[in-house]
Design a protein around this ligand. Structure first.
Ligand code: NAD
Length: 255
């Protein structure tokens, strides 16, 4: 019997085996959770299906979070398959590469809208739908980055989107708390993933991080997954609205 036996968890954001969402999925599977995974388009579906098969997960569903119809269909499908949802992992973000590369003051209106829509509004859109199926309470978890709170070179519009995401965690926690639905975020240190490859000079960021972080190493998928298990389980039953750094201590450093 694992820590998540009998629990039904929806995970959004697996793109490949390097995805933070995949590390969390594997950990939840080891702990006995029943899982549903999503993919945003056909290219991602080709990557996600074999991964889902490797853990005997048969709930693999489409969802582009920019489309309300996809979100509605996803939760209608979960209601008919499961009737109830206990946890949601929101591990996705997107910003136009051009908007990450140009000076921040040159961010386009459309680039702002896109980054905030995919990376922050999507959590609210999921929470509003998940709430109806979290009939026995539940937990939502999202992924943030220190660029939400401080200026990190080249993170630009994504930092603003993560700030909106972290504020949304607090407002959702207040809104859904009376139903015993908890909402938290893990602010992870840099990890080499598909999304991270869009950030200019990411390799330099990784090596500088490992040299300076108090634990003198980079963060692993497993580090984040352990924290995710904590926030999705009763181990964190009294915690909501929190943003927790899983970053080998990097955030405590001064300049
Ligand atoms: P990843 O590329 O593996 O995952 C990003 C996911 O976002 C992909 O699965 C992609 O399909 C999904 N996505 C993008 N647009 C979407 C849309 N419209 N609808 C549905 N899904 C969409 O990269 P990752 O690093 O695992 O990213 C996961 C989360 O972790 C993101 O929120 C990211 O900002 C955050 N994060 C990453 C790092 C890092 O260094 N990798 C650090 C801190 C936080």
């Amino acid at each position: 019997m694992g820590m998540f036996s009998g629990k039904r968890i929806l995970v959004l954001g697996v793109a490949n085996e390097r995805s933070i969402a995949w590390g969390i999925t594997e950990a939840l599977h080891r702990e006995g959770a029943e899982l549903a995974l999503t993919y945003m388009n056909e290219a991602i579906e080709k990557r996600v299906r074999p991964l889902a098969e490797s853990i005997q997960c048969t709930n693999v569903l489409p969802c582009d979070v920019q489309k309300d119809a996809d979100l509605d269909q996803l939760f209608a499908e979960l209601e008919s398959r499961w009737g109830r949802v206990d946890g949601v992992v929101h591990s996705l973000a997107f910003a136009d590469r051009e908007d990450l590369q140009r000076p921040f003051a040159q961010t386009s209106r459309e680039g702002f809208r896109l980054a905030l829509d995919v990376s922050a509004y999507s959590l609210i859109a999921l929470a509003g739908r998940a709430e109806k199926l979290m009939t026995q309470g539940g937990a939502l978890l999202t992924l943030s980055y220190v660029g939400a709170q401080r200026v990190v070179e080249n993170y630009n519009i994504m930092g603003v989107a993560k700030a909106a995401l972290e504020a949304s965690v607090r407002y959702l926690a207040a809104d859904l708390g009376p139903k015993n639905i908890r909402v938290n975020a893990v602010s992870a240190g840099p990890i080499k993933t598909l999304a991270a490859s869009g950030i200019p000079h990411f390799k330099d960021l990784l090596s500088a991080f490992a040299q300076r972080a108090p634990l003198r190493r980079n963060v692993s998928q497993e580090d984040v997954a352990q924290a995710a298990l904590f926030y999705l389980s009763n181990m964190s039953s009294g915690i909501t609205g929190e943003v927790t750094f899983v970053d080998c201590g990097f955030n405590v450093l001064g300049v």
